[in-house]
Design a protein around this ligand. Sequence first.
Ligand code: KIV
Ligand code: ZN
Length: 507
Amino acid sequence: MDKVAIFDTTLRDGEQAAGAGLSAQEKLQIAQQLERLGVDVIEAGFPVSSPGDFEAVQLISKKVENSAVCALAHANPEAVDGAWEAIRKAKRPRIHVFLSASDIHLFYQLKRTREEILQVSRDMVARAKKYTEDVEFSPMDASRTEPAYIYQILEAVIKAGATTVNIPDTVGYAVPQEYGDLITGILTNVPNIGNTVVSVHCHNDLGLAVANSLEAIRRGARQVECTINGIGERAGNASLEEIVMALKTRSDAYGLTTNIDTTQIHKTSRLVSELTGFIVQPNKAIIGTNAFRHQSGIHQDGVIKKAITYEIMDPKTIGIPASSLVLGKLSGRHAFQERLAELGYVIEGEAFKHAFQAFKELADKKREVTDRDIESLIEEELRTATEIYHLDHIEVTCGDHSIPTATVRLIGPNGQAVADAALGTGPVDAVYEAINRIVRVPNKLTEFTVKSVTEGIDAIGEVLIRIESDGVTYTGRGASTDIIVASAKAYMNALNRLLAAKKTRKD
Ligand code: KIV
Ligand code: ZN
């Protein structure tokens, strides 16, 4: 079967989403997971946009082995040179040059003529080509550009050396028929199009990003740009997991494959959600917590008799383990280790001992420990492994006739314990005030969300927060059966990320 290349832009367009705020190390962690997932191209960032992005792209370029590593560049010499500087160590480097093409952008934003745009596009592709064989070009806002002008630009940039031409629906305005017609038009009217791969890049402003991408693929596009969990600018980008699973589940309709190892989807989705702090909506196709849950009696009855009655995909194909046994307080090390392996975690030595201890403590509080509880617990363990300040002890008094008061003890960078206490408007405020008295980094809490991991009064509560310091947003997550403790852990997680970023900037 013919293949569609998967170009993942989670670390570039996905990271552009308001509030994502990933550090270079976190981006590397995601890039390495994307490689395990089997994506063909990782768009690692936009090097000239900030020193942080440059550093992350450079780091990813050095470490990624199999996927091509791509850097985005405006169509100007400094951006193209900077993109190359960041990816020059990659095994398979790609430069992606973009420039607006629609009259709306040309007239209102760039104040340039079509002829000028054509010339600059051609020149910058030629400049990128001097550095690497693999050059992609995007005429931005292509779906709102006159097709005849798009054909002209594409012909020129292909002549100048573009090996992939990408057709962005930048503002998510297109509808499937029309976008598909644009792809057919390109394939029939650009004389040298046979020398390149036609790529598509759709935004989700009308909720049509995946539908538009699939229609374009059906018409002959052979690269699709997408992100994990569909994150991205505004309403996001086309979601990788939806496109890949649509092509796989309906291979009868499309007759196409990808290089994706679908069993890595669940894990990748959780990692991206964990590090960006963007919670996946429960009813999200493929990776939402309800995506494989059957609530109605008739459906449950059918699935018990034969899964295919109401399930079009086996959850195991996206890496959701089939839970044959539920863990509880009588479960031993062996059962715990086996379940960790089924969930895709390799945890050994001291880290395993620590995780097992945390599992035992949880099992004492909770009758049944589910896979989601274990995932939450391991994520909590991984978070604390890289801390600068560690939450050692917390005590709170509150009620309708008392002033909320918190005492906290933290273990600092040199292993010393520091305790302090504070009053607050509520218990969480009191805890955060007490922590602030010790850590002393100015910041503003901008978001606070609590949700339970599973059902039941004994469920683990997960807290997600965002704080802002010097104009930069940091996310933090914490999990515990006690939501005040979870809130304290989330704050420590955000503060530790802030401190690590400040330290990296100083170094
Ligand atoms: O949406 C868009 O047009 C983009 C380009 C930079 C490809 O992200
Ligand atoms: Zn985009």
